[in-house]
Design a protein around this ligand. Sequence first.
Ligand code: DHB
Length: 306
Amino acid sequence: MKTSIAGIELKHPIFNASGPLCATAEELHMLGQSHASAIMTKSCTLEHRDGNPKPRYKNINHGSINSMGLPNLGYKRYIELIPELKKYLKPIIVSVSGLCLEDNKTIISALNNTDANLIELNLSCPNLIGKPQMAYDFEQSDSVLTEVMKLAKKPLGVKLPPYFDFVHYEQMASILNRHKVKFVTCINSPGNALFIDPEKEQIVIKPKKGFGGLGGRYIKPIGLANVRKFYELLDRDIDIIGVGGIYTGRDVFEYVLAGAKAVQLGTVFMQEKHGCFNRIEKEFNDVMQRKGYHSIEEVRGKLKEL
Ligand code: DHB
């Protein structure tokens, strides 16, 4: 079940989403040792960040809510770690989430001289107090991509927030096609959801008065819709990574039918830890075998209409 993203080969399509358990050196080494097909880092900023006050992540009935606030080691430390992570012989993807254009330019330029395989530019962090999600501002996204695509020597893709309106998909797809990004990752957590504990009559995470990014089963139909729409609208050489609410091999199969070449695990990884990669890959193989498919390309994008 091998696949590839921007020409970088993956032994199978399943690896971690930027977010859970990928911020520290120890966590990245554990991903190296796990069955994940790539190592993705937590989104990095110029400087180290402690993130938002705790509690800032909570498992809820059908998923999770978080407002982490980009806790990370700062990009220089991730660059230092790349040589030792290479021993796991899987692609290394650095997620970049500079707090302004200049920061993104600095980090992306520095990554040019490393052995990172791919860059995922995060245009969709919903949890920074006072900062809107960039990818909801089409003009600003356009100008950021103009600047960073000039600099990037590594294949660069973008992590997008969920869109809900066909016009917005069309506007963003036209920007991404024009800039010839190498891949897109759909979707980041729908931002600013609110979960309430009715017994305590209280919010469940501390930052932003309880508002945070929603993950898990709630968001699979939104993730599938975004992958499908971008599959329809993007140039064929832009690869799509699906993320959102994947718990089983059947969920992976649905994302591939919608058009994804690979998938990432977020909430399920946080809840089940490293065993989820092996379990879900095995379940996905079983679905493929039961249906008589031998490769991802036989299935990818082949969703039937009624
Ligand atoms: C965080 C959350 C995100 O969804 C994201 O894209 C980047 C950072 C966070 O709160 O740390």
